[in-house]
Write a protein that binds this ligand. Structure first.
Ligand SMILES: Cc1cc2nc3c(=O)[nH]c(=O)nc-3n(C[C@H](O)[C@H](O)[C@H](O)COP(=O)(O)O)c2cc1C
Length: 206
């Protein structure tokens, strides 16, 4: 029996009323047992982040999910502000900064660009894993494990069936993370966490 993992989703979409893909992805996430859903733009519309509250929330969880639409090859502004303020020296990193050690970070993101654009010879010239390197380096500095990202590409081209499929994959991944049913070593062989779900699950949910 795996130890249950407490999962914190830090969601950052600055214009949720215009969102199609992420609005679908987060449908029902709030109601999942053992998953804390925290909408950063809703909590801090003026980006005045409550550092103590955010640090307390982090301490209560084992897996942190950054969930955001990909903006300018990076995160929306609030997630950068969150990192700049919350990941304090002496708390998250540095000699006495051990608060996040042993936890894991997962990035969940959606891109307008298609998957083939995110290749060394593609339109955007870099892979998603390369572009997410600053977040991977941040996780590393804080002693956190970094999972391959969950990425939905080509958002403008997704029909209803494709959206349902990604929504279902996201839900299954969150539940599997919570239940300790994802094998991090097998997952690390894939560019995306949602490349082949059956291959990374320790066993299927009952
Ligand atoms: C300010 C801004 C910057 C964007 N930058 C990128 C980008 O760098 N790469 C990309 O593939 N798509 C980019 N997009 C497209 C978004 O990633 C895409 O619209 C979003 O993931 C769709 O999700 P939503 O329906 O939840 O908004 C950008 C969109 C906006 C508004």
């Amino acid at each position: 029996m795996s130890t249950p993992q407490r999962v914190l989703v830090l969601f950052a979409h600055p214009a949720l009323h215009k969102s199609r893909t992420n609005r679908k992805l987060i449908e029902g996430v709030e109601a999942l047992d053992g998953i804390t859903f925290h909408d950063l733009y809703e909590a801090y519309p003026y980006l005045h982040i409550d550092v103590a509250a955010e640090q307390a929330l982090l301490l209560e969880h084992d897996i942190v999910v950054f969930h955001f639409p990909f903006y300018w090859y990076s995160t929306p502004a609030i997630l950068k502000e969150w990192q700049d303020l919350v990941l304090e020296h002496g708390w998250a990193y540095g000699h006495t900064g051990n608060a996040l050690r042993g936890k894991r970070l997962l990035c969940v993101t959606t891109t307008g660009g298609r998957e083939d654009a995110y290749q060394p010879d593609g339109h955007n010239r870099f892979t998603m894993r390369q572009l997410l390197a600053p977040l991977e380096a941040t996780a590393n500095l804080c002693g956190m494990g970094f999972l391959p990202p969950f990425v939905v590409h080509g958002t403008h081209l997704l029909d209803e069936d494709a959206m349902e499929h990604h929504h279902s994959d996201y839900r299954r991944i969150l539940l599997a993370l919570r239940d300790g049913r994802i094998d991090p070593e097998r997952a690390s062989l894939f560019p995306r966490l949602n490349t082949d779900l059956e291959a990374i699950f320790v066993d299927e949910e009952g």
